[in-house]
Design a protein around this ligand. Structure first.
Ligand SMILES: Nc1ncnc2c1ncn2[C@@H]1O[C@H](COP(=O)(O)OP(=O)(O)OP(=O)(O)O)[C@@H](O)[C@H]1O
Ligand SMILES: [Mg+2]
Length: 447
């Protein structure tokens, strides 16, 4: 899985999503194509490239069928800058709160971190060497004093080598050394929430902070000293300008913004009085999706080629409740389908993070082996499906409540079952859940 997103073919992207998300083939396919198209676009000559803009995607589907999960998994794949934001977090320009331009800043921030990490990795060896030397200087101050700068006598250098070996073996981890430490200059000010210009103010405060906060001599452990020194040396080794340049290119050419819960800012037929205008937020989003230039502390970011994926359940509203201009800017619609009993069974067993694997691993830590049988899990899937039908349909999230109830007993009294293997078969499931599941009023409260 070392392959980077921009080198993956659509089928490979789908395959890696398949590891975690069951079904929803159409949505996976459309997203994979959109992602690949950006790589293709990068290879065009510059005249044509200017003409090709990404086709934004709107994902529609009932609650709990994997919309957000798809976004989460793409985020793990992406070496393209990616952020997931909730549409409900934003307020119209002029109101207290976060305005929509901040999503572009967040995207750029994630790109800066990403590129910074990558470049730091390239310099890792140099940095490690420098860190070792400085740690040794801290451990061997006397030696340094005697020999003066530069000239190291052979006996001293052999001591140093000995110390280096011991340092690597972790002998000194808790040893205290004296070192100049600059107090962390991050000043958190949360007066107005995370407003727009607050970033800039924070920056200003930080630089002010570093004037007032002179480095202080402190006694700290080698372990802590290593962290601090590594940070300093990494900052020294990585060329900040190069990082910003690369991060800006990646943000503009490969950036992806996933706007979740977009249906919650559709006004629908409910007239919302007194609250921050949702339509206003939609209108604010328009230019960003269309392509505009956003001022950030790292420079101006052009959003024309950022890919937007919006997603929402649209249970209380319809896509057509979004203002038309916004609808038009998400030309690709994909519907995610409701999940079947069989999907539920597969969700329980197949994904790499499947619930059954999670519970088995959790209880294994206390010496209890859970043996999930097929008939038992099929029954769990049926019950979850049935309860979804009888009460509210919350999709695959129902599996969480059902499984929790099913394993309540073992989870609570794991110590009594230590060393045992517990077979979760149909009888086990029925014994614990049948009464609840077959009684609608009871399941409304319990499952
Ligand atoms: N198709 C699926 N495959 C595997 N797991 C799934 C699938 N759909 C849902 N899940 C599980 O259900 C949970 C909820 O899904 P998710 O967060 O994607 O819902 P959603 O579609 O975004 O719903 P909402 O509209 O309420 O936000 C996930 O954490 C995941 O474990
Ligand atoms: Mg969601």
């Amino acid at each position: 899985m070392a392959k980077k997103l921009d080198e993956m073919f659509p089928s490979e992207i789908v395959a890696s999503l398949d590891k975690y998300i069951i079904g929803q083939a159409e949505a996976k396919k459309m997203i994979a194509i959109a992602l690949r198209n950006r790589t293709r676009r990068k290879k065009l000559d510059s005249v044509l490239r200017e003409e090709v803009t990404p086709k934004n995607i709107l994902m529609i589907g009932p609650t709990g069928v994997g919309k957000t999960e798809i976004a989460r998994r793409i985020a793990r794949l992406a070496n393209a800058p990616f952020i997931k934001v909730e549409a409900t977090k934003y307020t119209e320009v002029g109101y207290v709160g976060r305005d929509v331009e901040s999503m572009v800043k967040d995207l750029m921030a994630s790109a800066v971190n990403m590129v910074n990490d990558e470049m730091a990795k390239l310099k890792e060896e140099d940095v490690s060497r420098a860190v070792d030397e400085r740690l040794l200087d801290l451990l061997l101050p006397a030696v340094k004093k005697e020999t003066g700068e530069g000239t190291v006598q052979s006996s001293d250098s052999s001591t140093r080598e000995q110390f280096r070996q011991m340092l690597h073996n972790g002998v000194f981890e808790d040893k205290l050394v004296e070192m100049n430490v600059t107090p962390s200059s991050r000043v958190e000010i949360g007066v107005l929430g995370n407003g727009n210009s607050m970033d800039d103010i924070q920056e200003a405060m930080n630089s002010l902070g570093s004037i007032f906060q002179r480095p202080k001599k402190k006694k700290i452990s080698i372990k802590r000293a290593r962290e601090i020194i590594r940070e300093e040396e990494t900052a020294k080794a990585v060329d900040r300008d190069k990082v910003l340049e690369e991060a800006k290119i990646r943000t503009e050419e490969m950036g992806i913004i996933f706007i979740d819960e977009i249906d919650k800012i559709a006004s629908g037929n409910r007239v919302s009085s007194g609250e921050v205008s949702r339509e206003g937020v939609q209108r604010d989003i328009l230019p960003i999706v269309e392509g505009t230039r956003v001022n950030t502390k790292w420079g101006v970011i052009d959003t024309t080629n950022i890919l937007f994926i919006a997603s929402g359940a649209f249970s209380m509203s319809k896509p057509s409740d979004l203002i038309p201009e916004l609808q038009g800017r998400f030309p690709i619609r994909v519907e995610l389908s409701a999940l079947s009993v069989d999907d539920f069974y597969r969700i329980l067993t197949e994904p790499e993070n499947a619930l059954t694997k999670q519970y088995a691993a959790l209880l294994a830590t206390e010496g209890v082996t859970l043996d999930f049988r097929e008939d038992g899990l099929r029954r769990v899937a049926e019950i979850a499906y049935q309860v979804n039908g009888d009460t509210d349909n919350i999709g695959a999230r129902r599996l969480h409540t059902v499984m929790e109830k099913l394993l309540e007993d073992v989870s609570f009294k794991a110590e009594e079952y230590q060393g045992q293997t517990i077979a979760i078969d149909r009888a086990y499931v029925d014994e614990r859940l049948d009464f609840i599941a077959s009684n609608e009023d009871v399941s409304r409260y319990i499952l």
